[in-house]
Design a protein around this ligand. Structure first.
Ligand SMILES: *[C@@H]1O[C@H](CO)[C@@H](O)[C@H](O)[C@H]1NC(C)=O
Ligand SMILES: *[C@@H]1O[C@H](CO)[C@@H](O)[C@H](O)[C@H]1NC(C)=O
Ligand SMILES: *[C@@H]1O[C@H](CO)[C@@H](O)[C@H](O)[C@H]1NC(C)=O
Ligand SMILES: *[C@@H]1O[C@H](CO)[C@@H](O)[C@H](O)[C@H]1NC(C)=O
Ligand SMILES: *[C@@H]1O[C@H](CO)[C@@H](O)[C@H](O)[C@H]1NC(C)=O
Ligand SMILES: CC(=O)N[C@H]1CO[C@H](CO)[C@@H](O)[C@@H]1O
Length: 446
């Protein structure tokens, strides 16, 4: 039987002043799954012992990080930061009532998760599933990133799986070595922009060379954009205090989210990309059209003039997720809080706390939506993991769920770029431009 735990909602905020959105009354977050340690559906009962005996399965080293949803399955990522993580991508059922701690089933298979086989998945921190049912997997290649001997035998790659086909074949696309350094890159998170050839915008929180990697699927080309000021950790935000534990973790650009499409003044279509370093209190924004401009990859800081600092949050944020209407969900780690922000409002006054609980919300990692209007969040006590203080006598990983009635940004409205001015005299042009601006505003305020 599922134990349902209700979390206090601190502020189901009322809209202030002339803010365009109605007051939101979010359903409370409930715990749907929780684990002390992660176990698997083994191929044979003996395998578990064999893996345990050979230290290929070390239960306290298996951490849930990312989450995604597709057709009644929840996909979870298990980054191989330490040894003893038998699979790096796995599934559990999204809807069931048999157990609160389901065993994870490696995805697509045990073989596709084999350590050291470069055809298989090595180190997956996050994945995304786009509107066409394509799963985009970030495989860092390098494993044992928190050990004294990280192994970068396998190349950092994007791995695609067409989930619609049901065959679950891996298509591996290694990054060019001059874009992604296999020894220092840390492919952390991504958003997928299903336009003009399909782009992924990927955060690389490399300690030495942080940046956003842009990958264009149509020609499999990638480039990296850097802006030290907005993409680096800040010393004043490197200390995390959670549940009596203090950890010093200077981590660069990490969370990323993609806003709805909008019309620009010249009737093109653009989207806003939001990002933040883990160790920072700021949220930054840049237009997708800037990231798509490969010529800005030449020098560090070329995109600097296009980066907007939206302002401060109360605490640090790991994962973020946008819904299809432009509501951003994010964690405030030091405050044991899940927050939201309607991106059509001012960031400094528009942030809302939607859940706060010091016991149940210890390190908010990633979010996902399903196809029924629910949002999910992974809570993983990462502070204990990085300090090697995971106790198997306590619940370490939880998935919380709340109904919002909305869907992921990948299902956001598609706008068609307006065709250039008609040959029937110039006078129609300004009128059209003006009406497009009104439309863009209406869309933003909707
Ligand atoms: C694992 O080790 C235990 C204790 O050393 C032993 O009893 C067991 O037979 C081993 N299992 C396998 C599958 O090797
Ligand atoms: C589990 O769910 C199924 C289908 O939703 C339902 O028929 C069944 O009664 C549930 N069992 C329990 C123990 O809640
Ligand atoms: C994105 O572009 C629009 C106009 O095309 C501009 O109004 C907006 O400020 C830009 N956003 C950012 C984050 O630079
Ligand atoms: C890309 O950036 C360069 C350098 O700033 C600029 O000259 C060019 O117009 C941009 N291209 C597009 C398509 O925006
Ligand atoms: C939120 O957490 C930060 C530390 O990350 C702390 O300085 C601040 O006081 C907290 N704010 C609230 C309202 O709890
Ligand atoms: C110091 C502190 O807040 N400790 C709490 C940490 O979390 C556990 C359970 O999640 C609580 O039982 C402790 O009281």
């Amino acid at each position: 039987m599922i134990v349902v735990v209700l979390l206090a909602i601190v502020a189901a905020a009322a809209a202030q002043g002339d803010q365009p959105r109605k007051p939101t009354h979010r359903e409370q977050f409930r715990v749907i799954y929780e684990w002390r340690s992660i176990d698997f559906e083994w191929e044979s009962p003996e395998d578990r012992d064999v893996y345990l005996n050979s230290s290929r399965y070390i239960p306290q080293n298996v951490l849930i990080s990312g989450i995604n949803y597709y057709e009644n399955n929840i996909f979870l990522t298990l980054p191989r930061m330490l040894d003893g993580v038998p699979a790096t991508l796995a599934t559990i059922p999204a809807f069931q009532n048999e157990t609160t701690a389901p065993k994870l089933k490696p995805f697509p298979s045990w073989k596709d998760n084999a350590v050291g086989n470069c055809e298989s998945l090595q180190f997956v921190q996050n994945i995304e599933i786009d509107r066409n049912g394509i799963m985009w997997i970030l495989d860092n290649g390098r494993i044992g990133t928190l050990t004294s001997k990280p192994n970068s035998k396998c190349p950092p790659s994007i791995v695609l799986i067409d989930l619609k086909s049901g065959e679950n074949k891996l298509e591996r696309i290694p990054f060019s070595l001059d874009v992604v350094n296999p020894n220092t890159a840390y492919l952390n998170d991504l958003v997928v922009d299903n336009r003009d050839g399909d782009f992924a915008y990927i955060t690389d929180n490399s300690a030495v060379d942080p940046g956003i990697i842009v990958f264009r699927l149509s020609d499999k080309k990638s480039w990296k954009l850097r802006d030290t000021k907005s993409m680096s950790s800040l010393p004043e935000a490197a200390i995390f205090r959670i549940n009596g534990t203090t950890v010093n973790l200077p981590v660069n650009i990490d969370g990323i989210a993609l806003g709805p499409q909008f019309y620009t003044e010249d009737k093109a279509v653009d989207r806003t990309v939001y990002y933040c370093p883990l160790s920072s209190f700021h949220l930054y924004a840049i237009n997708a059209s800037v990231l798509q401009n490969e010529s800005l990859a030449v020098s560090n800081g070329a995109i600097g003039p296009y980066v907007v600092d939206l302002g401060m949050k109360a605490s640090q944020t790991d994962g973020m997720k946008m819904d299809s209407t432009g509501i951003l969900f994010f964690g405030l780690i030091g405050n044991s809080t899940i927050a939201e922000w309607n991106t059509a409002t001012d960031f400094s006054t528009g942030q809302r706390t939607i859940a706060r609980d010091p016991n149940y919300i210890q390190w908010v990692d990633r979010f996902s939506f399903d196809d029924r209007g629910n949002v999910y969040v992974v809570i993983n006590r990462l502070h204990n993991f990085v300090k090697n203080q995971v106790s198997l006598n306590e619940v370490n990983y939880r998935i919380l769920k709340s109904y919002t009635g909305l869907k992921s940004y990948v299902f956001g409205e598609d706008l068609k770029p307006e065709t250039p001015v008609t040959p029937h005299g110039a006078s129609s042009a300004p009128k059209l431009a003006a009406s497009m601006i009104v439309l863009a505003l209406a869309h933003l305020l909707a």
